[in-house]
Design a protein around this ligand. Sequence first.
Ligand SMILES: *[C@@H]1O[C@H](CO)[C@@H](O)[C@H](O)[C@H]1NC(C)=O
Ligand SMILES: *[C@@H]1O[C@H](CO)[C@@H](O)[C@H](O)[C@H]1NC(C)=O
Ligand SMILES: *[C@@H]1O[C@H](CO)[C@@H](O)[C@H](O)[C@H]1NC(C)=O
Ligand SMILES: *[C@@H]1O[C@H](CO)[C@@H](O)[C@H](O)[C@H]1NC(C)=O
Ligand SMILES: *[C@@H]1O[C@H](CO)[C@@H](O)[C@H](O)[C@H]1NC(C)=O
Length: 517
Amino acid sequence: MRRLLLLGVTASCLCVFVVTDKQPDQQADKSSPETDGVLQLKKGNFNRALRKHKQLLVHFYAPLTREGHQVSNAFEGAAEELQGSEVKLAVIDQNKEKELAKELDATGLPAIRLYLSGDKHNPVDCPIPQSSASILTWLKRRAGSATDLIADLSQSEASEELRVIGFFKELDHDYVQVFYAAAIDLPDLNFVVTQDEEVISKYGLTHDVVLLLKKSELIQAYKMMPQTSKEELIIFITVYQMDPVTEYTGETATQILTAPVLNHALLFVNKSSADFKDIHMAFSSAASAFRLKILFVFVDVDEPRNGRIMEYFRVRDFEAPLIRMINLTDHVTYQLPSDTLDLQTIKTFCQSYLEGKAKPKMQSEPIPEGWDKQPVKELVGTTLEQVAFNPNKTVFVLFYLPYSHESRAVFPLWEELAEALKEREDVVVARIDASANDINLSMQGAYPSLCLFPALHAERVVVYPGKRKVEDLIKFLDKEMKKAKKERVKEDEDRRKYIEAMKAEEAKKANESKDEL
Ligand SMILES: *[C@@H]1O[C@H](CO)[C@@H](O)[C@H](O)[C@H]1NC(C)=O
Ligand SMILES: *[C@@H]1O[C@H](CO)[C@@H](O)[C@H](O)[C@H]1NC(C)=O
Ligand SMILES: *[C@@H]1O[C@H](CO)[C@@H](O)[C@H](O)[C@H]1NC(C)=O
Ligand SMILES: *[C@@H]1O[C@H](CO)[C@@H](O)[C@H](O)[C@H]1NC(C)=O
Ligand SMILES: *[C@@H]1O[C@H](CO)[C@@H](O)[C@H](O)[C@H]1NC(C)=O
């Protein structure tokens, strides 16, 4: 159930997260129901295929997605290997076959299902394969038994690949079944069961354990307990298979999003910046303390391909470095409320998040009572655009971070400015906490940011670049107001000319058609 839920969540994020840099070129051949050994199923031929094939592995795909493409490739490879076997591979285009997908309850993404003996109602979910080998391994493990995994370890000592080794004193113990069930769900990994005396002495084993080995080096050991579930074992394996901190890239995105740890800490940082090394080190140290609970990921804001994920989290490059936490169960995000990112701060933040004490980052804080009664108006996410984009008023907004010393240093100046402009009906001085409200404007510059929204020119924003002095601010404001007025006059003039030209054109046309008559 957990896994299903996870896949659902994953699917909904993937569309946002993953950069679709490759377009699948797969197109179902309409005239032929079979391409490269893979059946192209539709509403009209699905039932027939189901009756005919004892094992029908169906990929419900949506064209133009990275997963769709990856799975299609894996399917083609596997189809070749499975020729003549009792397994038949098939695809159903979810976009074209909406009705069929709905009937089979396969509208979510991604979905691969194995239909057995013509049973339409109880398919087995197949994990998203990374390659054709994953499909073959999954089918084999599903049909086999744990004893298939018993192997002589000495022969593959120096294997580059990660290996999951179950050491069990008795092979008929329940542990072995749990281990085997995990192996079925993780067909991309190499699983081995051993009772080898050498392994026992080499690692000093006294208990049934699962070891993760890479190049015969022990990465981590997991002690099997009577209550250990398959899910727990899978979390252990998939987490320790990854480094404590993973960089977000097109290649790692799927692994990150399918990881069964549903709390992610994301560090947005400029990899080329001078402080990257220190911040990364603090982040990594914190990561080690929260493994199995929180997945640590960093995103390079200097990488243009990360634009999509930054957009999703509404992070602007100038805000980096910053840390966000996301709960993938309810998609609520949290921001680390500090501008120092050292080990202690990060650990405290993670701890408070896990204890449910962190304050979510919201689209908007509630509108504070009496927000417009003071000289400086207190804006929030929901009132920002409404107030700032008023064509009748020029609005000067301070975007600040409450925890930043530099931001707070501007507060007295802002009070002073509001006081000085008190009598001006056409001007509003306001401020907004940029850490607690998602700000949906395309702005540049660092916080604190002093931004002017001139009247008449709704939806335009100018960042104030000058000295932090009231006189300079007012000069800037007046200049921008004049400019906006002039631009407005010119705009009106242009509009008038344009309308006249249109009218002349129409009259001419009317005249011509009259001539023709
Ligand atoms: C990242 O840092 C480098 C070096 O300081 C700088 O040249 C670059 O503009 C920065 N990128 C962003 C997106 O801020
Ligand atoms: C994540 O969200 C779920 C669903 O709202 C909630 O039950 C869980 O406690 C949250 N986790 C944390 C660490 O806040
Ligand atoms: C701006 O002023 C005009 C004319 O007085 C008025 O009709 C309009 O509602 C005002 N707009 C806002 C957003 O207050
Ligand atoms: C942010 O702005 C975009 C484009 O103007 C709009 O489509 C989107 O709905 C806005 N989001 C929120 C949360 O206001
Ligand atoms: C319409 O046609 C008449 C006669 O052909 C001409 O005198 C007049 O200027 C034309 N008007 C326009 C708007 O082209």
